[in-house]
Design a binder for this molecule. Sequence first.
Ligand code: B4P
Length: 194
Amino acid sequence: MRLVLMGPPGAGKGTQAKIIAGRLGIPVVSTGDIFRANVSEGTPLGLEAKRYMDAGDYVPDAVTNGMVRDRLTQDDTADGFLLDGYPRTVAQVEELHAMLADSGTSLDAVVVLTVDDEELVQRLLHRAETEGRTDDTEEVIRHRQDVYNEQTAPLLEVYAGRGLLVEVDGMGAVDEVTGRVFAALDKVRGTTAG
Ligand code: B4P
């Protein structure tokens, strides 16, 4: 399967992506994780990305798109993948569409996790205590929510119009949310996943 997992910061994308992809036997491609790996290795990409991430802004499309294009040419993604946190802008949607068209493929579904705003802030503040991520301060979290609402929320309509959008309630325990994702995927695609 070729899946996209979307949702506001703190919705549980990274958490669910690992579980879902593990069960489906496909790799996770997380743009956030790739950026963070580059930041900790001090690569030129990491140095550039860090400026934006620390402020809660999106890394420029040209940088992000090039990185994803490279990743999706690797062999392990040939039979499927789960994109976690990409695309996040309309330009990224079109670039992804072009990348897949170049290889004669297309997306199967775009899953969006929905979670109340205050719950999102609480989850990220809790993560700040445990992981110390530099973009998990309350001020930056609220800015990330605004950026999501301005730049990423409009993508939901785009994917709904293409018949790909699957909305899943992201409130509640992690395993409950996973169960809802698979139930929704089974319903939409008639898959045998899980
Ligand atoms: P991401 O790494 O994608 O960060 P995120 O939106 O905070 O989501 P994440 O996956 O980490 O958190 P999750 O919801 O799983 O992006 C970070 C930055 O990278 C962006 O701000 C941007 O600068 C840059 N970037 C990434 N992709 C980009 C793109 N395409 N274009 C441009 N820039 C890009 O989990 C949050 C917390 O909630 C965790 O602590 C988790 O344990 C907890 N949690 C999860 N599920 C829960 C549940 N059911 N109940 C309670 N807690 C739960």
